[in-house]
Design a protein around this ligand. Structure first.
Ligand code: ADP
Ligand code: ZN
Length: 620
């Protein structure tokens, strides 16, 4: 079968997306490839179609290396639904099950085998691969989430380093590495570590036009989050990222109290609880997962409508990867972050206090600065994000700054007062102080500490009394963000220090223009003009009834197969069916997402739902 026929008949999609066709042709012909595509770009087909094509051509099994043990069951289930022979080998299988799978592998019955990296590199598994290799039945290695090989990526997994053995041992077997994260540094590292110097590189645009980026100033984070969810995404699925496990628990409990179906997820929870919560998120509708970054890699739920950050991530790669989990179905989705001075201080502290080498820390600081720049930006967020990944673009009209350009005020005077306070404190007492104490002095507050230390006599005492505390906090945060003020931490205390860049500000040589943050303007929100609204929004009344019936039918099938509903059919496919109101199997042809196998398996049942003769629906 040609790759076009596989796309249409097995997966039911009318056409390739972006660079898929080039990548697939290249790999089918035996080439190595490095594939960089944003989350939701369609990476899976880039190795699944070559695997099917090469298996049909008698070239044997493709091995998919993936760190996502907890998701392999669903990934393989999705392939079964499409009629593809797939299997997985990981620690969730009993030894009997694993043995059976190995036997099927050796008998040549498997097209795609998913395995964790630590499994792939065991002597036992390598011996099996040797056998297949000798028979010419080893077709392809697809290394998914390839950024895990790099310590510059944010999911470093030492097991990935051992994968070089594949190249050395199975010369001539094509290899592809796929990832959604890749700044230049990580990319170079992947190439070097996986010895892909000779591989063709396919770099897609990283833009996710349907995601709207919004970054707000942190006041009362939980309340802000609650308002955001209630106003923008009631009843919809989303992910909320928090820095700490404790915070995850608190926020999940708070959301649950207000009637939101929220569940916690972090590495400190029992494996079974984590797994159960993840399954609920994948299998039920409208669940909000409150999580640390331990959650999300490989989650391919297509209808996550928002990703919220209650704390700032470490860098833009992390932010982009996490926000990328919203809107994989291409429909409008939100990436919302709330951030404040404390985030900046905490992130700096984590870097300072980490046991890493100084030059590693330097790289981490640079990465943090780039994210701070994004957070403080007054211009298009997307332009900045994409530029970070080496892509030039124009104003997007789908981020907060584009939709409501922020007001900018001249903060030069306030900035000078803050900086000279830091300077004078250092001069008079020979030691440095933290943000809170410095703010108190500038605002002229006679706190116990101020009085005790005699800091009322500092010449800048009270000079900033006209500014509100939140204004000055914003100034300080932004000075730190632009590097005109530095935070050092030792033994748990953070102190402020001047930098090269402070001097020019102090002398009044560079104006400081900052985002207006005191007056919270009312948020006017509207669904994006550039991204399609969630599927069901456009259905007429009758079609809507059919859509709802189809969804409840799908829920039953999914439950019976122990798979998430979207693995059976995406919402978009159900909406297209509802719209068409088919009367015969022929009417079901050429609906996107409905391949040959699914038509055979579900065609009649779908027709029964549409015509209202489905036993499942009439019974109740
Ligand atoms: P990634 O792994 O790059 O994040 P996936 O492979 O999960 O993305 O694909 C994202 C979604 O897009 C999936 O639901 C997939 O079925 C769908 N998709 C991929 N390629 C196509 C295509 N050519 N036409 C229609 N839908 C596609
Ligand atoms: Zn924009």
């Amino acid at each position: 079968m040609s790759i076009e026929s596989i796309l249409q008949e097995v997966f039911g999609y009318p056409s390739f997306r972006g660079p898929q066709q080039d990548i697939i042709s290249h790999v089918v012909a035996g080439g190595d490839a490095l594939v960089l595509m944003p989350t939701g770009g369609g990476k899976s087909l880039c190795y699944q179609i070559p695997a099917i094509a090469r298996k049909q051509a008698g070239q044997g099994v493709s091995i998919v290396v993936s760190p996502l043990i907890a998701l392999m069951h669903d990934q393989v289930g999705a392939l079964h639904e499409a009629g593809v022979n797939a299997a997985f080998l990981n620690s969730t299988l009993s030894s009997e099950e694993a043995y059976q799978t190995e036997q099927r592998l050796l008998r040549g019955e498997i097209t795609l085998l998913y395995a964790a990296p630590e499994r792939v590199t065991t002597p036992r598994f390598l011996a099996q691969l040797d056998t297949l290799f000798e028979r010419g039945q080893l077709s392809l290695f697809a290394i998914d989430e390839a950024h895990c090989v790099s310590q510059w990526g944010h999911d470093f997994r030492p097991e990935y380093r051992a994968l070089t053995v594949l190249h050395e041992r199975y010369a001539g077997v094509p290899r592809m590495a796929l990832t959604a994260t890749a700044d230049a540094l990580t990319r170079a590292d992947i190439v070097e570590r996986l010895q892909l110097e000779a591989a063709a590189q396919f770099v897609s645009s990283f833009d996710r036009p349907n995601i709207r980026y919004t970054i707000v100033e942190k006041k009362d984070a939980s309340t802000q989050l609650l308002r955001f969810i209630e106003r923008e995404h009631p009843g919809e699925a989303g992910v909320v990222y928090c820095q700490s496990r404790k915070r995850v628990e608190e926020v999940a409990a708070l959301l649950a109290q207000t009637g939101i179906h929220a569940l916690p997820y972090h590495a400190g929870l029992d494996y079974r609880v984590r797994q159960a919560n993840q399954n609920q998120f994948l299998r039920s509708e409208g669940v909000v997962m409150v999580a640390t970054i331990a959650f999300g890699m490989g989650i391919d739920k297509p209808d996550v409508r928002f990703v919220a950050h209650l704390d700032m991530p470490k860098n833009i790669e992390g932010y982009y990867q996490e926000t990328g989990r919203a809107g994989r179905d291409g429909m409008a989705a939100d990436a919302w972050m709330c951030y404040g001075l404390q985030d900046v201080v905490n992130q700096r502290r984590m870097i300072d206090e980490s046991p890493a080498e100084e030059d590693f820390k330097q790289v981490m600081r640079g990465k943090l600065d780039a994210l701070l720049g994004l957070a403080e930006a007054t211009d298009c967020r997307r332009v900045r994000l994409l530029r970070y990944f080496g892509e030039e673009s124009r104003e997007c009209h789908n981020c907060d700054n584009c939709l409501q350009p922020p007001e900018v005020w001249d903060a030069t005077d306030a900035a000078r007062k803050l900086l000279s306070t830091v300077y004078r404190l250092q001069q008079t007492s020979g030691v440095s102080f933290g943000a809170g104490h410095t703010l108190d002095i500038v605002r002229g507050k006679r706190t116990e500490k101020v009085v005790q230390r005699g800091h009322e006599t500092v010449s800048t005492f009270g000079l900033g009394a006209d500014y509100s505390e939140s204004q000055l906090r914003a100034v300080m945060r932004q000075l730190i963000a632009v590097g005109a003020l530095q935070v050092f931490t030792s033994e748990g205390f953070s102190t402020l220090h001047l930098t090269e860049a402070s001097r020019a500000v102090l002398r009044g040589e560079v104006p400081v223009r900052l985002r207006e943050s005191t007056h919270q303007r009312p948020e006017k929100r509207s669904r994006s003009r550039t991204a399609p609204a969630p599927v069901a929004a456009n259905l007429g009344q009758d079609a809507m009834v059919r859509f709802i019936n189809l969804k409840s039918w799908r829920a039953e099938v999914a439950k019976a197969h122990n798979l998430p509903a979207y693995v059976i059919f995406h919402d978009a496919t159900l909406a297209a069916i509802a719209e068409r109101a088919p009367r015969s199997l022929a009417d079901l042809q050429h609906i996107s997402g409905l391949g040959t196998r699914k038509l055979e398996a579900y065609g009649e049942a779908v027709l029964a739902v549409i015509t209202g003769t489905s036993p499942a629906l009439t019974a109740g």
